[in-house]
Write a protein that binds this ligand. Structure first.
Ligand code: NI
Length: 136
C-alpha cells in the first residue's frame, strides 16, 4: 500500500535533487526517493553483517606469475559464498573475472579484499547488493 508524506527542503537542495533526477533518468521524485532509501537500507545490511549478495569484478594480466592460481584458490576457500563466476579473455593479456557472491557481509568482504589485493590485479571492485528479502 502506498503512503504519501510531504518533505520540506531548501530551494537549492531541491534544485540539485531535480537535476540529479533528470540526469539519472528518473520519471519522478518519488521513484528517486524510493531508490535512495533502499540504497541506504542496503548499505545498512552490509554494516550490520546481514546475508547479502554482491558482485566482485577483477581485471588482471594472466601472465602475472601464479595469479590465476591464487584467484582460483581463494575462490575454492570461499566456495560456500560463491554462486557463479565468469571469466572473459578480453585481449592478449587482460582477463576479467566476475564473481557473484552470497553470504554474510563480513565473509563476502573478506573474499573481495583478498582477491582485489592480489598482486597483478589491475582493477577490482565489490558491488554491494542485497538478497532483496528485506527490501520493498
Ligand atoms: Ni583470460
Amino acid at each position: 500500500m502506498l503512503k504519501r508524506f510531504s518533505v520540506s527542503l531548501e530551494e537549492n537542495l531541491l534544485e540539485d535533487f531535480d537535476e540529479f533526477i533528470s540526469h539519472r533518468q528518473y520519471v519522478n521524485r518519488s521513484e528517486a526517493i524510493r531508490d535512495l532509501i533502499r540504497k541506504t537500507l542496503v548499505a545498512k545490511e552490509w554494516q550490520v553483517d546481514k546475508q547479502v549478495m554482491g558482485v566482485i569484478s577483477l581485471v588482471y594480466d594472466h601472465h602475472q606469475h601464479k595469479l590465476q592460481e591464487k584467484i582460483t584458490e581463494a575462490q575454492h576457500d570461499f566456495h560456500h559464498q560463491i554462486v557463479a563466476s565468469t571469466h572473459v579473455h578480453m585481449d592478449h593479456d587482460n582477463c576479467m573475472e566476475v564473481i557473484i557472491v552470497r553470504g554474510n557481509a563480513a565473509e563476502v568482504k573478506k573474499l573481495a579484499d583478498k582477491l582485489i589485493a592480489l598482486r597483478g590485479v589491475r582493477d577490482g571492485n565489490l558491488a554491494m547488493s542485497s538478497t532483496g528479502v528485506d527490501l520493498h
